[in-house]
Ligand binder design. Structure first.
Ligand SMILES: Nc1ncnc2c1ncn2[C@@H]1O[C@H](COP(=O)(O)OP(=O)(O)OP(=O)(O)O)[C@@H](O)[C@H]1O
Length: 262
């Protein structure tokens, strides 16, 4: 479970880019964070994995054994330990392109084994077997040995998901994971992410309300650094207008309601 309490971030010019963001996400939930450009979505996500320290508030991650990680108060060493519990999928995949897909998956556990062991012995056969299983889970086993630079965007994102699975995280964060993908690959990625939420909380930032409506179990909308909405992933047209304002007109999949002619 991850609990976010009253996150506040104030810029030097006094602007409150996060202004009291609070929510709790449990295993079984796939939460989509939506909101207009500059709303504070990425800043929120960065507070969740400790990349950004808020001026106020707390982020507490509790793993399956009940151990708690206080992300906001953690020192460098504690943060490193906590981050091993957090899988992250990025819009730009963040893979080492010159390495085979399976090596990228195994990188997911690098933080968990000693540098000396990884330098001297590399990974064990058991670890390689587990990495293969993670690739099977995202239907990428046939390309396990392929050099990552030759893979398509959808395939790279599947490798990134396998890396997160292999990491055995207690929380999965996804930062615009489908923004670079065509609709069919985007659907495939959402279908692969959703079942992961059976065991751990999954939180993603999205720009596609039609996709969060279909695949997420809950939506949190952030606007002007505040939680504007937290609930059912299926938003009404009025709710979308309230969240996105004028930006809605520019969104790809938004269909403007047909005006009623009296
Ligand atoms: N380091 C920084 N210095 C100044 N302003 C910042 C900094 N980081 C973020 N901001 C501002 O804080 C606000 C929230 O940023 P954030 O990246 O969270 O937006 P977002 O909701 O993710 O937007 P988008 O959908 O466009 O990525 C923005 O107005 C942004 O310009």
């Amino acid at each position: 479970m991850i609990e976010v309490k009253n996150l506040v971030k104030v810029l030097p010019n006094g602007r409150r880019v996060l202004d009291g963001v609070s929510f709790k996400v449990d295993k079984g939930e796939f939460v989509g964070i939506l909101g207009p450009s500059g709303a504070g979505k990425s800043l929120t996500l960065r507070c969740l994995n400790g990349l950004l320290k808020p001026d106020e508030g707390s982020v507490t991650l509790t793993d399956a054994s009940g151990r708690q990680y206080d992300i906001t108060k953690a020192n460098k060493k504690e943060l490193r330990t906590a981050r091993q519990k957090i899988g992250v999928i990025f819009q730009g995949y963040h893979l080492v392109k010159r390495l085979p897909a399976i090596d990228n998956v195994m990188i997911g556990r690098l933080g968990q084994i000693s540098t000396l062991r990884s330098l001297l012995y590399g990974f064990t056969d058991r670890e390689a077997e587990e990495a293969k299983k993670a690739l099977e889970q995202v239907k990428m086993e046939a390309l396990a040995g392929a050099i990552t630079s030759g893979l398509s965007g959808g395939e790279m994102q599947r490798v990134a998901i396998a890396r997160a699975i292999y990491q055995q995280p207690s929380l999965l964060l996804a930062d615009e994971p489908i923004s670079n993908l065509d609709p069919s690959n985007a659907k495939m990625i959402m279908k692969l992410i959703r079942p992961l939420s059976a065991d751990i909380p999954v939180i993603g930032v999205f720009h596609q309300p039609e996709m969060t409506a279909k695949y997420c179990t809950r939506v949190i909308a952030i606007k002007d650094g505040k939680v504007l909405y937290d609930g059912d992933p299926k938003l009404t047209n009025d709710q979308l207008v309230e969240i996105y304002g004028e930006e809605l007109q520019q969104m790809e999949h938004y269909e403007q309601p047909v005006p009623v002619i009296a």
